[in-house]
Design a protein around this ligand. Structure first.
Ligand SMILES: *Cc1c(COP(=O)(O)O)cnc(C)c1O
Length: 403
């Protein structure tokens, strides 16, 4: 049965495109995937009201789709925000944020340790349109305060950072932003709302790459911004409508279903990461471990307070290596000796991922820029998945024991 009963005596070719199972819109146990570009309007008057925004209703999937809306409602609920808007990728979320909130002559203060493409987008692309950005220390709130200018409109932070897991104090940055009438946006990709809710600490906007833990199984590229209803409706939605960095309903559906297991995945993956980090820290072939869950981490107390007592699922460590050449050789040996872990640029997957940041995610930096960022040749990053911890240790032991 279709939602609207079909007329009798239709021809086969008509039935082929019109006959369908009961649409029973609200009876489905798993959320429906509305893979449609546009929505039919019951009549012209209704269409006019919907197009003008006078009445809610689905129009066109560049800016309104029920599956995407389900994902947005679910993610907003998890982040404790009033509203959310899905985007085609994490970077599209950063782009939407900047397009919506900045204009020529404005200034941004951003951590210098944020995701590389965010640095490029602000430092190179938006610089072309007269937006200037000061890049400051991740961990020194005073440096953020000193970088503020009368035209500062946005503070952008990401915590913890990739790959060194540096943590910043969201509450301190929110106070700086508030006092200046600026917006604080926090990229919450690494912790997800399962561990950290930036809005609880005073952030105005939460930025997400849905590609990582929200999907959780490495299937789609997606993103989102969480904020107040007013900001989403009045600032973000109009830009989305004209610029079109839209989330595909299919990808929204994958993220929507991925969110169902977010809590248990983050819990289990964080627990494995802590166990692996603790084991690595006492390993004779490992020089240093970077993981917020370890008491040796410089911001351990802050991380525990901000991240529900958990370190997250990403850790990094230095193998030995007296020269950059020796460090690179040892890191490559360790990575190439693994047989379970995936050598790939992603993170946030249930499959454990291992990378050498210096030659991959941070490969476009000069040696001097990398040294400045603390990313040396002997650094190895592991985004811990859901495999058994003993199997993961054995996978790293293979290379570590033969260094
Ligand atoms: C991956 C990532 C992004 C970008 O997300 P995409 O979905 O790849 O565009 C932004 N921020 C952080 C912290 C990330 O790890």
């Amino acid at each position: 049965m279709s939602h609207h009963p079909l007329p009798d005596n239709l021809h086969l070719d008509t039935l082929a495109v019109r006959a369908a199972v009961d649409k029973s819109q609200y009876g489905e146990n798993s959320e429906a995937l509305y893979l449609t570009s546009s929505f039919t309007q019951p009549d012209c008057e209704t269409a006019a009201r919907r197009f003008s925004g006078e009445e809610d209703g689905f129009i066109y999937s560049r800016f309104t789709n029920p599956t995407t809306a389900s994902m947005e409602i679910r993610l907003a609920a998890l982040e404790g925000s009033e509203a959310c808007i899905g985007t085609s990728s994490g970077m599209a979320a950063v782009l939407l944020l900047c397009m919506a909130l900045l204009k020529s002559g404005d200034h941004v203060v951003c951590s210098r340790s944020v995701f590389g493409s965010t640095i490029k987008l602000l430092g190179s692309e938006f610089a072309k349109f007269g937006v200037t950005t000061s890049f400051v220390s991740q961990t020194d709130a005073n440096a953020w305060k000193q970088a503020m200018q009368p035209n500062t409109k946005l503070l952008f932070a990401e915590t913890p950072t990739n790959p060194l897991t540096e943590v910043c104090d969201i509450r301190a940055l929110a106070d700086i932003a508030n006092n200046a009438g600026a917006i604080l946006a926090v990229d919450n990709c690494f912790c997800t709302p399962a561990l950290q809710r930036p809005i609880d600490f005073g952030a105005d906007v939460v930025v997400h790459s849905g590609t990582k833990y929200l999907d959780g199984q490495g299937r789609v590229v997606a993103g989102a911004l969480c904020a107040t209803q007013a900001m989403v409706k009045e600032k973000f939605l109009p830009v989305m409508r004209s610029a079109g960095m839209s989330l595909s309903p299919f990808n929204a559906w994958v993220v929507l279903k991925g969110l169902e297991t977010l809590g248990i995945r983050m819990e289990a993956q964080s627990q494995r990461a802590l166990e692996l980090a603790t084991w690595l820290e006492s390993h004779p072939k490992v020089a240093r471990v970077y993981y917020p869950g370890l008491t040796s981490h410089p911001q351990h107390a802050l991380a525990m307070a901000q991240q529900s007592g958990k370190g997250g699922a990403v850790l990094s460590f230095d193998v030995h290596g007296d020269t950059p050449e020796a460090g690179r050789k040892n890191a490559f040996h360790l990575i190439d000796s693994t047989r379970l872990m995936s050598v790939t640029a992603n993170l946030g997957d249930v499959k454990t991922i291992i990378t050498q940041p210096a030659s991959t995610s941070h490969g476009r930096l000069t040696e001097a820029q990398r040294a400045d960022a603390g990313i040396q040749q002997h650094l190895v990053r592991v985004a811990v998945g859901l495999e058994n911890i003993e199997d993961l240790k054995a996978d790293l032991s293979r290379g570590l024991d033969t260094l």
